[in-house]
Design a binder for this molecule. Structure first.
Ligand code: NAD
Length: 443
């Protein structure tokens, strides 16, 4: 379905009370400045790599930051102005690449952080892209589909000078969908005068999208969990899993883990958290969420709090919502053996230290959720060549890329006695540093 993911399932007309709860939850988890976290993690890796000062100066900060004003005519006839951004962190290894987020908490610092992570992420999986990100501060859950279309098209035309298949290629992120990517592709194409499929990825398959893109992030998360279990000698069959955030990344990861015989004992979204000690029937939870817009109230489960979900006694915890889910405030309560960061930046540096001291094995975001951008790369290649691949071909290539990146990160982790996060940052930042040395400084 084109209008897949959470927005469509939730619908555009949530009750006011739910909207308020959504806003409160979102605010509660956005307490740490994500860009400061990104810079802190860069410094740790740059020090471990003993990077020269000149190289640090060339690769650490965003190359370009565009701030745009996005006026939209609402259904009422009133014109409302939204703030939007597009950040290109790096084009050293290829065009900037990164999603667009529509969310009430979007700030320029959040977009800068997400763009920075995209640069290291593309380098970790060794695809020829730099890093970028975009966002509009808005609450799409309180907007109609027509309002979202007008917002998407106006935002796309505002960032038009920056984007293009050779320059910067957006994709979906939180609360943006394949349909929104199709509108952006259309807006770009109408402006240049001919169809340009490769300007965005994550498009519907009928419009130059790739088979397997919609489930790519969750599938990549799954492959990294399989690799971790192999290394840690954890039997996936019967392993207990908790997933925070049952959207695109979280629900697909949960589904694949369920199919592999793991017991998904808890899942959540903005409207509630559900638990079943014996394991939830994930396909049924997905169907229930499709019908009702939430996992809350699923038959055969009990309701628990957001804090209880993150503190469930389990083997694998998958934070798949937003930044700062696990902080120094709640890291002590976490009881899992593996954390698989499907979301970007869900664990703060303070929480990292607490979890490390508890012996929790972390699959860091720039490795764990890199399946999405990897299949976006496949989509871009297919668009540029006008030649499309079978789904199984996409899965096989994705599995190879994810398992190679996991192996390379794990090698640094063991050889350098670095945490998995530091190891992944060293791998990604090291590759970008190498590209900057070889390209040299212009002029
Ligand atoms: P999505 O919009 O499909 O789903 C997000 C889900 O999180 C929704 O179910 C929402 O209800 C839930 N959520 C939000 N706040 C929550 C909270 N406080 N508690 C519990 N649930 C909450 O978004 P997505 O595309 O799945 O993205 C989720 C995360 O994965 C983001 O951090 C995103 O940057 C990252 N990511 C996504 C992709 C991708 O291809 N979709 C790729 C890489 C990384």
């Amino acid at each position: 379905m084109v209008l897949a993911w959470d927005y469509d399932r939730v619908g555009a007309t949530l009750a006011g009370r739910t909207r308020m709860r959504f806003a409160m939850l979102a605010t509660a988890i956005a307490e740490k400045n994500a860009y400061e976290v990104a810079l802190e993690n860069f410094d740790l890796a740059a020090n471990a790599l003993e990077l020269e000062e000149g190289v640090r100066a060339m690769i650490k900060y965003p190359e370009r930051i565009l701030s745009v004003s996005v006026p939209v005519r609402m259904d009422s006839g009133k014109i409302v102005r939204f703030e939007g951004y597009r950040v290109q962190h790096s084009t050293l290894r290829g065009p900037a690449k990164g999603g667009i987020r529509f969310h009430p908490n979007v700030t320029v610092d959040e977009v800068k952080a997400l763009a920075t992570w995209m640069t290291w992420k593309c380098a970790v999986v060794n695809i020829p892209f730099g890093g970028g990100k975009g966002g509009v501060t808005c609450n799409p859950k309180a907007m109609s589909l027509g309002e979202i279309e007008r917002l998407s098209r106006r935002y796309a035309s505002s960032i038009l000078p920056l984007i293009g298949p050779e320059k910067d290629i957006p994709a979906p992120d939180v609360y943006t969908t394949p349909q929104i990517m199709a509108w952006i592709m259309d807006t770009y194409s109408m402006n240049v005068g001919y169809p340009v499929m490769g300007v965005v990825t994550g498009k519907p398959v009928s419009l130059g999208g790739s088979l397997g893109r919609n489930e790519a992030t969750g599938r990549g998360v799954f492959y990294t969990i399989v690799s971790s279990c192999d290394h840690l000698k954890i039997e996936l069959k019967g392993a207990r899993v908790a997933v925070q955030g049952f959207g695109n990344a979280g629900s697909i990861a949960a589904q694949l883990l369920h199919e592999a015989g793991a017991k998904v004992i808890g899942v959540s979204d903005t409207r509630g958290c559900i638990f079943n000690k014996a394991g939830l029937n994930i396909p049924e939870v997905m169907a229930f969420k499709d019908r009702t817009g939430t996992v809350a109230g699923f038959r055969g489960s009990e309701s628990i709090t957001a804090e209880e979900l993150l503190a469930l006694d389990c083997d694998i915890l998958v934070p798949a919502a937003l930044e700062n889910a696990i902080t120094e405030g709640n890291a002590g309560a976490v009881r899992t053996r593996i954390i698989a960061e499907a979301a970007n930046g869900p664990v703060t540096p303070e929480a990292d230290r607490i979890l490390e001291s508890k012996g929790v094995f972390l699959i860091p975001d720039i490795l764990c959720n890199a399946g999405g951008v990897t299949v976006s790369y496949f989509e871009w290649v297919q668009d540029e060549q006008h030649l499309f691949w079978e789904a199984q071909d996409v899965y096989n290539r994705l599995e190879r890329v994810m398992k190679t990146a996991f192996g390379e990160t794990f090698k640094i982790h063991t050889e350098r006695k670095a945490s998995m996060r530091l190891a992944a940052n060293m791998l990604g930042i090291g590759r970008v540093a190498e590209a900057s040395r070889i390209r040299g400084l212009y002029p």
